[in-house]
Design a protein. Structure first.
Ligand code: ADP
Ligand code: MG
Length: 433
């Protein structure tokens, strides 16, 4: 099937053609017709399989083919968990809307609020942004969503997880009318998430599951390497970096912001062009780093989970988990920064003593064969802790007062990232009529 076989506006087809998108990917084939029919959509497919166009194509089609519900309010809102991803989606949407009268507007934290208010006064049809800043504009009454037609959450599970419950509530409430269509996308919905989310944000959704993230991504060669200590990890890293050519790029994931800067310095003093990206930097610095990386001025990006989701940089050949992620689903997203759009990629993960618990949890999640690699002359003494290999006891009910109180506690403030898991239990119900 080709895009031209779908009932799409000729301007949209032209825009796709200019970018050489002829054949839709599997997720696009299944999602676009469902979205065009106006149904709510819940869609999952592997990293790098083209989810962005799966929602941008029906979104742009709506602008071209349907009359707006309201003259002033935005018609399409795309919410992403990170600023970098919002910027990337914004750039993609600009390409699809090139030459059109509809101009997208970007609303992310770390950028001037008043400039965004000015942009909103021009009544943009399409808004792309992060939950905090979008909610701030709603509360400031510079953004109204009564006329919103299509609400899209990219990396929806992460947004629900990040402690954005208050912001989600604000967005949902301000666009809570029966004509709204809602779409959720990710590579990793686990069954609990899907149930909670369907109950709250979606009405009778069309569910599309192209790939199960528990199965191996065919385009990413993945292996785990044991390490004894920090120096050993650094030596292994130097060795693994030799696997790629100069024009190919590498993302190295670490546990903390400080680690990202420290490791960047180590790599730089080793003559490597490395940059460190994390959430503590000024937005201007974050932009500069991303632009240096996208242009291959920095060959290596050392980063935290701020870069695990959605970023699409075709030259990334190698992903290295210098530290294992705490949350197992983030592993799937981190390694998914390579092996995109049918390209082949490699992902190595270093497993030291501190990583062991996270490694065991990951093994339980992905349920597929795990490949352990040994590098000659650099084989670790550490091979894992035996006691953790035993089957874990089923979780018992929380008994202490403190635990129960913590579970019930409302998020302390809107940036409280620890409160995220409560989202599914908040009354985010959509009106049914
Ligand atoms: P996902 O969101 O599923 O991780 P993206 O939407 O970021 O994936 O797309 C991954 C890459 O695939 C991007 O570089 C995008 O331009 C490319 N791509 C998307 N759709 C197609 C298509 N139909 N044909 C070829 N390449 C595509
Ligand atoms: Mg994506």
């Amino acid at each position: 099937m080709q895009f031209s076989e779908l009932p799409l506006d000729h301007r949209l087809l032209k825009a796709l053609e200019i970018q050489n998108f002829v054949e839709p990917t599997e997720i696009q084939k299944s999602t676009i017709p469902a979205a065009l029919s106006g149904k709510d959509v819940l869609a999952a497919s592997k990293t790098g399989s083209g989810k962005t166009l799966a929602y941008l194509v029906p979104a742009v089609q709506r602008l071209y083919r349907h009359k707006a519900l309201s003259k002033q309010d935005p018609r399409i809102l795309v919410v992403t968990p990170t600023r970098e991803l919002a910027m990337q989606v914004y750039q993609e949407s600009k390409k699809l809307l090139a030459g059109a009268m509809h101009k997208p507007t970007l609303l992310i934290g770390g950028e001037n609020f008043n400039n965004q208010v000015k942009a909103l006064k021009k009544n943009p049809d399409v808004i792309i942004g992060t939950p905090g800043r979008i909610a701030d504009h709603i509360e400031d009454r510079s953004l109204f969503l009564a006329g919103l037609e299509l609400l899209i959450f990219d990396e929806a599970d992460r947004i629900l997880d990040l402690g954005f419950s208050t912001q989600l509530q604000i967005i949902n409430d301000s666009a809570n009318h029966r004509k709204r269509q809602t779409m959720l996308f990710s590579a990793t919905f686990d069954s609990g998430d899907i149930r909670d989310v369907s109950d709250t944000l979606l009405i009778a959704p069309h569910k599309v599951l192209v790939d199960d993230f528990r199965q191996v991504h065919q385009d990413i060669e993945q292996a785990f390497i044991f390490a004894d200590h920090l120096d050993h990890k650094e030596a292994l890293l130097s060795k693994l970096l030799l696997e790629v050519e100069d024009r190919e790029q590498i993302i190295v994931f670490v546990a903390t912001r400080d680690d990202s800067e420290r490791l960047r310095d180590v790599l730089n003093s080793d003559g490597k062009a490395a940059a460190a990206l994390h959430g503590e930097l000024l937005q201007q610095q974050r932009n500069q780093i991303m632009s240096d990386f996208r242009n291959n001025k920095a060959q290596i990006l050392v980063t935290t989970d701020v870069a695990s989701r959605g970023l699409d940089i075709p030259q990334v050949k190698l992903v290295i988990n210098f530290d294992m992620p705490i949350k197992a689903t983030e592993y799937v997203h981190r390694v998914g920064r390579t092996g995109r759009a049918g390209n082949q990629g490699i992902a190595f993960s270093l497993v030291g003593k501190k990583d062991w618990k996270n490694f065991v949890v990951l093994k339980e999640l992905i349920q597929s064969e795990i490949q352990v690699k040994e590098i000659e002359g650099m084989v670790a003494q550490f091979k894992g802790f035996k006691e953790h290999l035993k089957k874990r006891k089923p979780k018992s009910q929380p008994k202490t007062k403190g635990t129960v109180a913590r579970q019930k506690a409302k998020p302390k403030n809107k940036f409280d990232a620890t409160a995220g898991t409560e989202v599914g239990h908040l009354p985010l119900k959509r009106k049914q009529n």
